[in-house]
Design a protein around this ligand. Structure first.
Ligand SMILES: Cc1cc2nc3c(=O)[nH]c(=O)nc-3n(C[C@H](O)[C@H](O)[C@H](O)COP(=O)(O)OP(=O)(O)OC[C@H]3O[C@@H](n4cnc5c(N)ncnc54)[C@H](O)[C@@H]3O)c2cc1C
Length: 376
């Protein structure tokens, strides 16, 4: 169903080699310190992968959805924190791909393709699942917009060079008055606030953004005033497939770690895998991972074929993220006390996996999307 082409297999090899050279050596340290060295991202950028969806005409790799999914699965397998950090450039690029003029695309993608991060800034203290409840405003003033408000939980927000930021251009219209803007980090009045101290995915940076009379040229508006909510939701459709792919990678890694351990661990003179209770659990994990993988690549194939995929992306995210948490839990169980220590990678995987069903729309929100599609 998802036979990779020789080109995709070549790229998979390249990503695996990158992981071995750059991510494996820093993963434990980044988890402990919360710092992902910029040199790792620069190397990713030099490998031509800094913004997978950037169009060829602006110098990007313009990879199709199946190839992006494959790469995100590999990164999820390597380290979900790094995958989340690298993935930020894709998420903030979808609104620009959907509505950006050629000039806006050049402006947005240039920094992202040259070793800089970008962020997608939608969430606010009083607007998480209900994104339409944002209160950040963008008031037109001559040839500029003046932006005021607070964004929170913004991935790579503290290290990004540019943001795609959502604000109300007409408060009276609620979510229909939401618009999307390109906002550079160095605009006067823009600062970062609280840095979140998270349970996992420590390699990714999660911060608050404070906007006090931040002026951007009117030419930074993406699409028309009022297009923001539509652009945000369409971008999240794409982002959810990415999260689902990362979840499959996380689950596969959890399973591989536990299989390796269980084969070696002796119990009453037998390997743990000789216990049917253990081998059946591993069989269930393998089944769940494979089912998740099929859902993700099916969604990616629909996207790549420019077919409707919003429901499939929500289904993939719902299934794969819960599945990853379950597989991580079962893998830790099989690894016993060792699995509960920081010596075991599964401890980190379990902490990292917990975020998957929360960000880019909680799994309750995925159920709303799926039910609306099924019942309409
Ligand atoms: C590590 C991390 C990185 C993030 N990165 C970004 C980013 O880069 N950019 C960005 O804009 N945001 C980002 N977010 C924000 C993230 O997308 C939101 O946290 C998420 O959408 C949930 O919002 P909330 O936390 O406010 O939960 P709430 O909306 O407060 O929801 C709380 C609970 O209520 C449930 N709930 C809420 N509404 C409903 C409903 N209508 N029906 C049923 N159940 C409901 C939810 O499922 C959840 O279980 C990030 C968050 C985290 C933790």
């Amino acid at each position: 169903m998802y036979d990779f082409t020789p080109k995709q297999l070549e790229l998979q090899k390249k990503v695996r080699a990158f992981v071995k050279e750059y991510i494996d050596p820093i993963a434990k340290e980044s988890d402990a310190t919360g710092v992902l060295p910029l040199s790792v991202f620069k190397a990713w950028s030099e490998a031509g992968l800094a913004c997978l969806v950037a169009p060829k005409r602006v110098g990007g790799p313009e990879l199709d959805a199946v190839t992006c999914t494959m790469i995100m699965e590999e990164l999820g397998y390597a380290d979900l924190g790094v995958a989340t950090a690298f993935g930020a450039n894709n998420l903030c690029s979808y609104p620009v791909l959907l509505a950006g003029t050629p000039d806006q695309q050049k402006k947005h993608f240039r920094p992202l393709l040259t070793g800089n991060y970008g962020s997608f800034a939608l969430t606010e203290p009083n607007a998480g699942s209900d994104a339409g409840a944002i209160s950040t405003t963008a008031r037109r003033d001559g040839d500029e917009y003046v932006i005021n408000g607070i964004k929170c939980f913004i991935t790579q927000g503290g290290v990004a060079a540019t943001y795609v930021l959502f604000a109300l251009t007409d408060k009276s219209k609620g979510s229909k008055g939401m618009s999307a803007f390109i906002v550079e980090r160095d605009r006067p009045g823009l600062s970062t606030g609280k840095v979140e101290d998270k349970m996992g995915i420590h390699a990714s940076n999660t911060v608050e953004l404070i906007l006090e009379n931040v002026r951007v040229p009117a030419s930074h508006l993406l699409g028309k005033e009022g297009d923001g909510m539509k652009l945000a939701m369409m971008s999240l459709d794409a982002g959810r497939l990415v999260v689902a792919a990362q979840a499959v990678g996380v689950a596969q890694r959890a399973m591989d770690e536990c299989v390796e351990y269980a084969k070696k661990r002796m119990d009453n003179g037998k390997s743990l895998t000789d216990q049917q209770a253990v081998s059946f659990k591993i069989a269930d994990m393998a089944t769940a991972v494979e089912a998740g993988r099929l859902l993700v690549y099916h969604g990616a194939m629909l996207k790549a074929a420019h077919r409707s995929y919003s429901k499939n992306s929500a289904i993939a995210k719902l299934f794969c993220t819960d599945m990853a948490m379950q597989v991580a839990r079962d893998a830790m169980e099989i690894m016993g006390t060792y699995g509960y220590t920081k010596d075991a990678l599964i401890e980190k995987i379990w902490r990292d996996a917990r975020i998957l069903s929360i960000y880019e729309g909680t799994n309750q929100i995925q159920r709303i999307v799926i039910a609306n599609a099924v019942l309409r």
